[in-house]
Ligand binder design. Structure first.
Ligand SMILES: [Zn+2]
Length: 343
């Protein structure tokens, strides 16, 4: 059986990790103290505000955890420190490549510009790259509950920046059935004209139509896509379109999209050749690591070493990393897979 240690040491790819949901409580305390903002100095208490409650009922309850963090993420130093912190955790988790996503609009409440927020996050990622064997890129989120004009303006600023680390766009927040046609205008022009790619949160709460519409509007990847469970026709569509599902098991258990890890459609997707990978979604809110996400699948869905390697290869293929980085990462992954550690 695949061991937790083998998963930990495999050079992993993570494509769906939110910055604001993944900061360590102790780091948030330091960020607050540095700004002279009030925060309880007891890490355990701060953690309770940042983690999904045991009685979390739905996506809305889950998203409420972010309200505690955001007031502290309104300066460049705070964003740089937060990005560095998430990269550091990812490196400890054995991740070789990560795409960290965040919504600039949520850190612009005290006067930062969209571009300042992005440069601050990019700085934290770059700093971590000099200290750890990990590569990080950024996905820019437009919040679905904000006005179309505001989301468009965020994407416009983000793409105009020419920051190499910005590799993709995303829409997140509470998911309404049929949201895609209303918001597609916010990103169409940018994905048509720029070398920037698109991943959309869709089918996180059972809205299958959102997955179709997201793919038809240009999404190369789908965040969560749990609505695909038990729907072979849509799974075939996803496969034919060459789209990857960024699966987030623990997050789906928390938001009650599935009842348990055993109910995660891992075997169904493998059998129907749907390309997917696993992700933490939010390291702190979900109290998880990528090693844990795959370990849950070993324990509850019989994930094998060979399947892990295949999933990771798909994750790399569908990542928005440069071709050069992809080639180097593939060599790194193949070397580990060939060693006895994975036998
Ligand atoms: Zn997400």
């Amino acid at each position: 059986m695949l061991t937790k240690h083998q998963i930990q040491t495999f050079p992993k790819i993570e494509l769906h990790c939110h910055l604001d949901g993944s900061i360590r409580p102790q780091t948030l305390i330091e960020i607050a103290n540095q700004q002279g903002l009030f925060i309880n100095q007891d890490e355990t208490i701060v953690r309770t505000h940042m983690q999904a409650p045991a009685d979390c009922h739905n996506l809305k309850d889950y998203l409420d955890c972010f309200d505690f963090v955001l007031p502290y993420l309104q300066t460049e130093d705070a964003l740089t420190r937060a990005a560095f912190d998430v990269m550091e955790q990812a490196a400890e988790d054995g991740i070789a490549y990560i795409e960290i996503r965040f919504a600039p609009s949520l850190s612009m409440q005290k006067g930062l510009s969209c571009q300042q927020t992005i440069q601050a996050v990019a700085k934290g990622i770059a700093l971590a790259e000099t200290r750890y064997p990990i590569i990080g890129n950024i996905l820019i989120i437009g919040m679905r509950q904000e006005a179309l004009h505001d989301i468009t303006s965020i994407f416009s600023e983000a793409t105009a920046l020419s920051e190499d680390k910005v590799v993709g766009l995303d829409l997140a927040g509470p998911e309404v059935d049929g949201y895609v046609p209303h918001l597609a205008e916010s990103y169409r022009i940018f994905i048509d004209e720029q070398p920037i790619q698109l991943t959309l949160h869709a089918g996180e709460c059972g809205c299958i139509q959102n997955i179709y519409q997201a793919i038809e509007s240009g999404a190369q990847r789908i965040g969560h896509g749990i609505a695909l469970k038990g729907d072979p026709a849509t799974q075939a569509f996803v496969r034919e379109q060459g789209v990857l599902i960024e699966g987030c098991p623990t997050s789906n258990v928390h938001t009650r999209a599935i009842d348990s890890y055993a109910a995660y459609p891992l075997r169904e997707w493998l059998q129907n050749q749907v390309h997917f990978c696993l992700n933490t979604d939010n390291r702190t809110v979900s109290n998880t690591t990528l090693t844990n996400e795959y370990w849950h699948m070993v324990q509850h869905c019989g994930l094998t070493a060979e399947e892990l390697a295949t999933i990771m290869e798909h994750a790399l293929q569908h990542s928005f990393a440069s071709e050069e980085d992809k080639a180097a990462l593939l060599v790194q992954m193949s070397a580990v897979f060939r060693t006895e550690a994975m036998e």
